[in-house]
Design a protein around this ligand. Structure first.
Ligand code: NI
Length: 228
């Protein structure tokens, strides 16, 4: 990280990792991080559970209030990349970026209502659980209903310590990748009916997870820069 300071002026922190990542992936969509609480949160009440905690610093659309816009933004982050390659790389990136962080550091929030690194991983874990179930339902059942979940409410549930959760995420991700890699091409168009986003294929579900990974890895860089 570089700190740029004008004489008698405010300091500006420049996150080199973030710049390098954006330069390496020209299809990346970035926006100025919005202050937590500034986003309209349609469909849920701020203040319930730990509601209103930051979900995406990178994605603007609300996953509940604007599910189609949210999905479009995640797919834009994926661009033309292979979703399985992106998903396969996420654990290693997360491990590498958090390897030197103390237990206390991963619990530090950049702002009172924004996720720490540990909470961010917890959210990826929750999303992976949802994907694990939805993917299998789509592949094995006839147009199953895919229920949404309240990610802020799930975020309040007990989770293992950070390093254990990292291992658990890696194991579940590996199992889900084995499922996807072993699924014949023709079955990737099978549909489930998502209660917020409508008919959703196995392919679209998988691509959305890969875009979601990218969004939260960008958030990880910002969180580390803001808390270390
Ligand atoms: Ni998310």
């Amino acid at each position: 990280m570089i700190i740029v300071t004008r004489l008698h002026g405010p300091s500006l922190a420049v996150n080199c990792d973030l710049i390098e990542r954006v330069e390496a992936t020209p299809d990346t969509v970035t926006r100025r991080a919005r202050r937590s609480g500034a986003r309209a949160r349609v469909g849920r009440t701020p203040g319930t559970s730990r509601g209103g905690l930051m979900e995406e610093r990178i994605v603007v659309a609300d996953p509940v209030g604007d599910p189609q816009g949210y999905q479009r933004e995640l797919l834009a982050l994926l661009g033309t990349s292979d979703p399985l390659e992106v998903m396969a790389a996420t654990l290693a990136t997360f491990r590498r970026r958090t390897a030197g962080l103390a237990a206390e550091a991963v619990e530090r929030r950049p702002a009172p209502r924004e996720w720490s690194v540990a909470e961010l991983l917890g959210h990826l874990w929750d999303a992976e659980i949802a994907y694990a179930f939805r993917a299998r339902a789509i592949l094995a059942q006839d147009r199953p209903a895919l229920i949404g979940y309240d990610q802020d409410a799930w975020a309040t549930l007990a989770r293992p310590p950070f390093r254990e959760l990292l291992a658990a995420f890696g194991a579940l991700r590996a199992a889900n990748l084995a499922l996807a890699r072993g699924t014949p091409e023709a079955l990737w168009e099978r549909l489930g009916i998502h209660e917020e986003r409508g008919p959703t294929s196995f392919r679209l579900t998988t691509e959305t997870v890969a875009g979601h990974d990218r969004a939260h890895l960008l958030q990880l860089e910002q969180t580390i820069a803001a808390t270390q």
